[in-house]
Design a protein around this ligand. Structure first.
Ligand code: AMP
Length: 275
């Protein structure tokens, strides 16, 4: 991959990179379509990164089907699929990790210790290997976007980060590879997450600026669904991820994580984006 990328750079091709863990769905495809529009060459990585899974998480059973993913990608004019084996990324004696301070201790970082260290490390390795001009990430993982932007700046990568809006199912449920774990009943009920976020947005549009009140609206709606168990509901500054009390001029992220049975899902909306 590194030598292909080097050649592409020599040929002055614009390289777009879409990192994924496979089990591709419309959310990933939205990133790939944008990459296709913007770049000469599109590289998609498929790597279920062991370093970003906790010991009690779903690394072993995470859905993997490289053949199906590759088939799907034939329709999207992807130039390269980079699907490394784990030892290619983490060689013997691997011991260098990237830790983005300040943005990774809260929200997903609090619930999933070590997760973002794994994300930051693998993204650094992939960026170093490919050195893309543009890299595409989904807003669905809003905290990940914040840390990738910081990491890119801090480590001096010459890669522009492009962020793509959340792609949803018709019910409003954010698309996710983990949705495949849900039973049909859980899947139906999981749409309460987006309904709750929408209610907060409506309240915001009607003038509510108090973050606790908006969080309470989200909580109540999610809790109206008995099988939903809230992990967190948070209103934070969209860039610094620091908690906010009142919503003023800056963008505020309303981020939630909710469990349905053993399945933990995340979703978010942004308030104050030209509303
Ligand atoms: P993953 O395979 O889950 O690591 O996701 C790979 C990329 O796809 C990440 O940048 C995600 O944020 C993005 N992504 C996943 N689901 C969605 C979605 N529903 N809408 C937009 N982007 C998504």
């Amino acid at each position: 991959m590194a030598s292909i990328a080097r050649k592409l750079r020599r040929d002055t091709k614009t390289v777009g990179f879409v990192p994924t863990m496979g089990a591709l769905h419309e959310g990933h495809l939205a990133l790939i379509k944008e990459a296709r529009k913007m770049c000469d060459v599109v590289i998609v990585s498929i790597f279920v990164n062991p370093a970003q899974f906790g010991a009690d998480e779903d690394f072993e059973k995470y859905p993997r089907d490289l053949t199906a993913d590759a088939c799907l990608l034939t329709e999207y004019e992807v130039d390269y699929i980079f699907a490394p084996e784990t030892p290619e990324i983490y060689g013997e004696g691997f011991s260098t990790y990237v830790y983005v301070e300040g943005l990774t201790e809260t929200l997903e970082g609090a619930s999933r210790p070590g997760h973002f260290r794994g994300v930051a490390t693998v993204v650094t390795i992939l960026f170093n290997t490919i050195r893309p001009d543009f890299a595409f990430f989904g807003r669905k993982d809003a905290q990940q976007v914040a840390l990738i932007k910081r990491l890119t700046r801090d480590l001096g990568f010459e890669t522009e980060i492009v962020v793509i809006p959340i792609v949803r199912e018709e019910s409003g449920l954010a698309m996710s590879s983990r949705n495949a774990y849900l039973t049909p009943e859980q899947r139906k009920k999981a749409s309460v997450m987006y309904e709750a976020l929408r209610e907060a947005k409506i309240a915001f549009k009607n003038g509510e600026r108090n973050a606790s009140k908006l969080a309470e609206i989200v909580r109540q709606k999610v809790e109206s669904e008995p099988i939903a168990r809230i992990d967190y509901v948070a209103l934070v500054n969209g860039a610094s991820l620091e908690p906010v009390e009142r919503i003023d001029d800056s963008e505020v992220l309303v981020a939630i994580a909710v469990r349905f049975g053993n399945i933990r899902l995340i979703d978010n909306i942004i308030l104050n984006r030209g509303q």
